[in-house]
Structures are given as structure tokens and as C-alpha cells.
Design a protein around this ligand. Structure first.
Ligand code: IDP
Ligand code: MG
Length: 149
């Protein structure tokens, strides 16, 4: 089992695509372990995209991700990291295959609907930016709890 970090970015939230993204994750058989709606703070935005600090588009990226509500989630399943990366499609919508989230919904590289972690290290790092340990433990309680008693 592997956990990954997936976020519906502000453009897609504004366009009413939260259900579309959530539905695809559920249809694929992955488990949504934690999810919330939050406008990322400046600090979260800078941390989220820290690997792009030196890129010319870094400030725009942080400004955009902090511009309104986003929906970060923790998604779990076998090979979740690579499966979710495949599901979101290429970064540049011009190269995103139809059938992927970006290939079906995005036309602008800076407004490409979703973010997903690209490695186990980035998944762990990004989950910790938006979720406390406590917030990702709800399912553990269910499995040990009343449901199966
Ligand atoms: P990813 O989101 O597919 O992992 P990254 O290379 O990590 O792609 O870039 C992070 C985000 O930065 C992209 O999703 C995109 O919104 C934005 N971005 C990447 N390259 C460019 C660019 O050349 N111009 C403007 N924005 C870019
Ligand atoms: Mg990336």
C-alpha cells in the first residue's frame, strides 16, 4: 500500500470539477484517506512548490495556488503514486492525453486543474504541508471500530 498527495487546484474548484476528480479517484478503486477544502497560505504555497523556487514562474505559481479554495487529499492504494500521476496526465495540457484529467479539462499550463506528488519523498513531504497525522488516521479508526464489530 502506498499513499500519495493529490490536490484539486483553485481553477478546477472554481470550475466545479471537484466531483469529477474525486469520482475518478473512487472509480479507479483508490481510497481517499483524507480530504479538505482550504485556501493555501503563502507559507504552504511556497513550501508546496519549493522545488521550483528558481524557476521564472515560481511567484506566479505560488500566487495562483494561494488565490482561492483548493481541495488537497491523501489517496491510498497499490502503486498510488504512479497511478495518480498517469491519471492526471502531462503537465502541459497540449501534451496531455485525452482520458486523463488534464487531457479532458485543461488548456493552460498554469491552470492545469490538479497537482499530484511524483515520488514517495514528495508524497510524504506534501501530505505533511496540508494534513496533520491525526487527519489521516480516520480510516484506521473505522477498521478497528464499530463497523466490523
Ligand atoms: P506537475 O504539476 O505535472 O508535477 P511540475 O513540473 O512539477 O509539473 O510544475 C508544477 C506546476 O508548475 C505545473 O503543474 C504547472 O502548473 C506549472 N508550470 C510548470 N511548467 C511551467 C511553465 O513552463 N510555465 C508556467 N507554469 C508552469
Ligand atoms: Mg510536480
Amino acid at each position: 500500500m502506498e499513499q500519495t498527495f493529490l490536490m484539486v487546484k483553485p481553477d478546477a474548484v472554481q470550475r466545479g470539477l471537484v466531483g469529477e476528480v474525486v469520482g475518478r479517484v473512487e472509480d479507479r478503486g483508490l481510497r481517499i484517506v483524507a480530504m479538505k477544502m482550504v485556501t493555501p497560505t503563502e507559507e504552504q504555497g511556497r513550501e508546496h512548490y519549493a522545488e521550483h523556487e528558481d524557476k521564472p514562474f515560481y511567484d506566479d505559481l505560488v500566487e495562483f495556488i494561494t488565490s482561492g479554495p483548493a481541495v488537497p487529499m491523501v489517496v491510498e492504494g497499490d502503486d498510488a503514486i504512479s497511478i495518480v500521476r498517469t491519471m492526471i496526465g502531462a503537465t502541459d495540457p497540449a501534451e496531455a492525453t485525452p482520458g486523463t484529467i488534464r487531457g479532458d479539462h485543461a488548456v493552460d499550463i498554469g491552470r492545469n486543474c490538479v497537482h499530484a506528488a511524483d515520488s514517495p519523498e514528495s508524497a510524504e513531504r506534501e501530505i505533511a504541508i496540508y494534513f496533520t497525522d491525526d487527519e489521516t488516521e480516520d480510516w484506521e479508526r473505522v477498521e478497528e471500530g464499530w463497523l466490523y464489530e
